[in-house]
Design a protein around this ligand. Structure first.
Ligand code: PBG
Length: 328
């Protein structure tokens, strides 16, 4: 049957009918809020390339955590922006239990126990060269980096991180980290693998936020994926699942919806998308220029992630979206 018997617009005529036939929804339970933490008390710093996002001292980050929990956001992803003089060639600061991240985790866990805490496993916030792994003779060495990442994951688990999220793209790190966690009695610590992480230009503002942009020697193309590839993402995901990943992530998000869809369809596992700093900045700057309004654009982007198959989205707009969802 076709027109005039079939009229696709019938179901779209009224708001209640559109709601009734909607195939996807976004709720605050699908959002993860990244927070960038700094030292100090009652300190907040703006980030010029990320309007609306601030680096926060632990006390202020804790207030935001409480707000996020009250809005129904299940988890935070914490990132430390550490002082330049703590960065080193080997990123040793990453292994200290009482480093900035460790103290943030302990404090937020105590004050806001109902929210899940996620932390990256990767050395880039801690290295003087801005890379995620150990740099030896101009090369990011795989196996030695994995050994350090296991120690970093352990330090994070000891501090109280619920989900460790390896974002380094070394080979074999998921299995090694799982083994190290289990051997230390951390069987319940979950692993969210940044499994399909691309060497993307869209991470620019995040590198400003962590002050790693100016430090980065070269690029990350020998470990992060080539933007041209889709099949390779499925292999990465398959390997990380076989090594014990509990959840997988595709990153960046909006230009990679095809990858999200393929991952969810092929594996049917918890699949997260990272709406990264550059994508968030695009919405903010376009809105500032009058191209559209920020919030409806954010809500559209988030719903599209769900349509593509993402179970949850890490987004710097998580609080804005959750507030809007609560308002109805
Ligand atoms: C580093 C890391 C990056 C992001 C999260 N973890 C940047 C990078 O790989 O250079 C990017 C997040 C964003 O852009 O919002 N391991």
């Amino acid at each position: 049957m076709t027109f005039p018997v079939v009229r696709m617009r019938r179901n779209r005529r009224t708001a209640w009918s559109r709601r009734l036939v909607a195939e996807n929804r976004i709720s605050s339970a699908d959002l993860i809020l990244p927070i960038i933490v700094i030292e100090g008390q009652n300190r907040r710093e703006t980030i010029s390339t990320m309007p609306g996002v601030e680096r926060l001292s632990i006390d202020l980050a804790t207030e935001v955590a409480a707000e996020a929990a009250a809005l129904g956001i299940p988890a935070l992803a914490l990132f430390p922006a550490i002082a330049a003089d703590l960065k080193s060639e080997d990123g040793a600061e990453a292994l200290k239990l009482d480093n900035l991240l460790g103290r943030a985790v302990t404090h937020i866990k105590r004050q806001v126990p109902e929210i899940g805490l996620i932390a990256d496993v990767a050395l880039d916030p801690y290295t003087s060269h801005g890379h995620d792994g150990l740099l030896v003779d101009g090369e990011i060495v795989n196996d030695a980096t994995v050994a350090v990442l296991c120690k970093q994951a352990l330090a994070e688990a000891e501090a109280g991180v619920d989900i460790v999220a390896p974002s380094d793209m070394m080979d074999g790190r998921i299995g090694a980290i799982r083994e190290a966690l289990d051997a230390a009695g951390h069987q319940n610590v979950q692993i969210l693998s940044y499994a399909a992480k691309y060497a993307s230009i869209f991470y620019g503002p995040f590198r400003d936020a962590l002050s790693t942009r100016g430090l980065l020697k070269g690029d990350k193309r020998t470990y992060q994926m080539d933007v041209a590839n889709g099949d390779e993402a499925l292999r990465e995901i398959e390997l990380d699942l076989a090594e014990g990943a509990d959840m997988v992530m595709v990153k960046p998000g909006m230009p990679y919806l095809d990858v999200i869809h393929r991952v969810k369809t092929n594996f049917g596992v918890p699949t997260f998308a990272y709406h990264v700093s550059g994508e968030y900045a695009m919405l903010r700057f376009a809105a500032q220029a009058g191209a559209f309004e920020y919030e409806p654009a954010l809500m559209e982007a988030l719903l599209c992630f769900r349509r593509a198959g993402a179970d949850a989205v890490l987004t710097y707009g998580a609080l804005d979206a959750a507030k809007r969802l609560k308002a109805g």
